[in-house]
Design a protein around this ligand. Structure first.
Ligand code: PLP
Length: 470
C-alpha cells in the first residue's frame, strides 16, 4: 500500500515511513493511494471477534507488508491490555434507536488512547528494528498530551517532550501527565497559551538542522496511523448492531475532524454507514461549512468542551482531497487561499456531495448543560460535555430508520466542573483518577515562551539521557 500527500509534492511513502514522518514535507497530509475494501462476507467473519482480533483484521489493511501478521497481532494485543474494560469499547443503549459507545476505558479516560496505545507500539517496533531512536515533540491543551504520554512511556526508542500551557490545563489533565515517572517522558509547562506552545513546536520543526539531528517526529492527530487505529471501533459498533445487513449512523463530537474522518474511511472500506453526524461546540467551523460550503476561520472561544476548542480542523484536508477527486493542484489552491484570506468556498455541487456523507450541528454551552441534565434525568447516565454534543446532534438529525451510535469521547470525571455546573454534583471518580490525585508530580519544568530556551532544554535533556544510558 502506497501513501500519498494531499498536496502532491511530497515523496510517496509506505506505511512505516508515513507513520514515522507524520506531516508530509509539502505541508500536506498522507493518506492511502486507494481505500482497501472488505466484502460483505469478510465483514461477516468479523462478527463476535474480541476487540484486539478485530483491530488486527482492520489495521493490517493499512500496514500491509510493513508489519508481519504475527507481529501486528502481538502489537495490537499488547496495546489492548492497557484498557480497563474487557470489551475495550462497550456499547450502551440510551434510547430506542440511540446507542453510546464508550471510548473512555483507556489509561487516560478519553478516546485518544484507542489510537495512541497502538501508535506507541508501532513506533517502538519500527524504530527498534532499524536500530534507531526519535524525538517526539508536541503541544497539548489537555487530552492529547496525557494520551501520548500513556502510549509512549517507558519505550526505549522514543524520547517525548510535551508542552502544555502553565495553569491553563485542568488539574486532572496536568496530573495525568506529570505523575507519569519514566525516563523518556519530559513534561514542559510553558508560560503562555496553547497557541504559544504550538508555535514553539512548529518553529523547532521548521529548523531543519535541528529536526534532522534529533530525528524529530510527531504523534498529533494528522498522523495517519492514528486514523487507521480509529477505524476499528466503527466496525466494532456497526457489526454489533447488525452490519453488514443493517445500516448504522454515527454521531461524533468533533474538533479537528480526525475521529469522524475515521468513520468516513470505514464507510469507504465497505461498512454500511448511512450518515456521519458531526457535533461542534461554539467553535463551529465545520458546522458552518456544512451549512454554507464556506470554510472560514474565526477566533477560538473557550467552552465547556475544551478538547474541541479549535479554530481550524486540520484533518478536513483529507476529506477535501476526496471532494476535489484527488486533484492536488486544486486542493493546494484552496489551502493557499485559506492561508492568505482565512477562507475558501467549494460551491454548490461539492457541498451537496459532502452533505450526502455528513450532516452537522452545534451546541452552545448553555444547551450543553441543559442536555447533560435532560439525559441524566431520562437515563441515569452522566455524559461528559464533549460526548453530550454527539448525543444532541444525533437527536437533531433524527433516526430515519438507521440506529445512531454516539461516540462517547471522554469519561465525565475528567470534566468535574462542567458536570457540576449542569447537575449540581461532581461525577464519581474512577479508581485510576483518585490515585493520581495523590501521586507525586514530577518534571514540572517551567520554561518561558521562547524557542531558543526550549531548543537548549531539549538538547541538554537528550544529552544527559544519552550519557546515563551508556
Ligand atoms: C480530541 C477530543 C475530541 C475531538 O476529536 P477530533 O479527532 O479532533 O475530532 C473530542 N472529545 C474529546 C474528549 C477529545 O479528547
Amino acid at each position: 500500500m502506497e501513501y500519498i500527500s494531499t498536496r502532491g509534492q511530497a515523496p510517496v511513502l509506505n506505511f512505516e515511513q508515513a507513520t514515522l514522518n507524520g506531516l508530509a514535507d509539502d505541508g500536506g497530509l498522507y493518506l492511502p493511494v486507494s481505500w482497501p475494501t472488505l466484502s460483505q462476507g469478510e465483514i461477516h467473519q468479523l462478527q463476535g471477534k474480541p476487540y484486539s482480533e478485530l483491530a488486527f483484521s482492520i489495521i493490517r489493511h493499512f500496514t500491509c507488508d510493513c508489519v508481519p501478521d504475527s507481529t501486528l497481532k502481538k502489537l495490537v494485543h499488547d496495546a489492548c491490555t492497557g484498557f480497563r474494560h474487557d470489551a475495550v469499547a462497550p456499547i450502551k443503549q440510551l434510547d430506542n434507536q440511540l446507542f453510546l459507545m464508550e471510548l473512555f476505558h483507556g489509561p487516560t479516560l478519553a478516546f485518544k488512547d484507542y489510537a495512541l496505545q497502538i501508535l506507541g507500539q508501532l513506533f517502538q517496533y519500527f524504530l527498534s528494528r532499524r536500530g534507531r531512536t526519535c524525538t517526539i515533540i508536541g503541544a497539548t491543551s489537555g487530552d492529547t498530551g496525557s494520551a501520548a504520554i500513556a502510549g509512549l512511556r517507558g519505550l526505549s526508542s522514543v524520547e517525548l517532550f510535551m508542552l502544555h500551557p502553565h495553569n491553563r490545563v485542568s488539574d486532572v489533565q496536568r496530573r495525568q501527565m506529570t505523575t507519569v515517572i519514566a525516563d523518556n517522558i519530559h513534561n514542559i509547562a510553558v508560560d503562555g497559551t496553547f497557541d504559544d506552545c504550538q508555535n514553539m513546536v512548529k518553529s523547532l520543526f521548521t529548523d531543519l538542522d535541528f529536526k534532522n539531528k534529533h530525528a524529530l517526529s510527531a504523534v498529533n492527530s494528522i498522523n495517519w496511523a492514528r486514523i487507521a487505529a480509529q477505524v476499528v471501533y466503527y466496525f466494532r459498533a456497526a457489526i454489533a448492531l447488525g452490519a453488514p445487513e443493517r445500516e448504522i449512523s454515527f454521531s461524533v463530537p468533533t474538533g479537528n475532524f480526525g475521529n469522524v474522518l475515521a468513520g468516513y474511511v470505514a464507510k469507504k472500506m465497505g461498512l454500511p454507514i448511512r450518515k456521519l453526524i458531526i457535533g461542534s461546540n461554539q467553535n463551529d467551523i465545520l458546522t458552518r461549512f456544512f451549512e454554507s460550503g464556506s470554510m472560514e476561520r474565526r477566533d477560538v472561544q473557550t467552552t465547556l468542551s475544551p478538547s474541541m476548542d479549535i479554530g481550524i480542523s486540520s484533518n478536513f484536508e483529507r476529506y477535501l482531497f476526496e471532494l476535489v477527486d484527488h486533484d492536488s493542484d486544486r486542493l493546494h489552491g484552496l489551502m493557499q487561499e485559506f492561508q492568505e484570506k482565512g477562507r475558501f468556498d467549494v460551491g454548490r455541487d461539492m457541498l451537496n456531495r459532502a452533505r450526502k456523507d455528513f450532516s452537522a450541528y452545534r451546541l452552545t454551552d448553555e444547551d450543553t448543560r441543559k442536555d447533560i441534565r435532560k439525559t441524566y434525568e431520562a437515563t441515569g447516565e452522566i455524559i461528559d460535555p464533549h460526548s453530550i454534543i454527539g448525543v444532541s446532534a444525533a437527536r437533531k438529525e433524527g433516526f430515519k430508520e438507521a440506529p445512531v451510535v454516539v461516540l462517547a469521547t471522554a469519561h465525565p470525571a475528567k470534566f468535574p466542573d462542567a458536570i457540576k455546573s449542569a447537575l449540581g454534583f461532581e461525577p464519581p471518580l474512577p479508581d485510576e483518577l483518585s490515585e493520581i490525585l495523590t501521586l507525586e508530580e514530577r518534571c514540572r519544568n517551567n520554561l518561558p515562551n521562547d524557542v531558543s530556551t526550549l531548543r537548549k532544554f531539549v538538547e541538554s535533556s537528550l544529552a544527559s539521557g544519552n550519557s546515563s544510558k551508556k
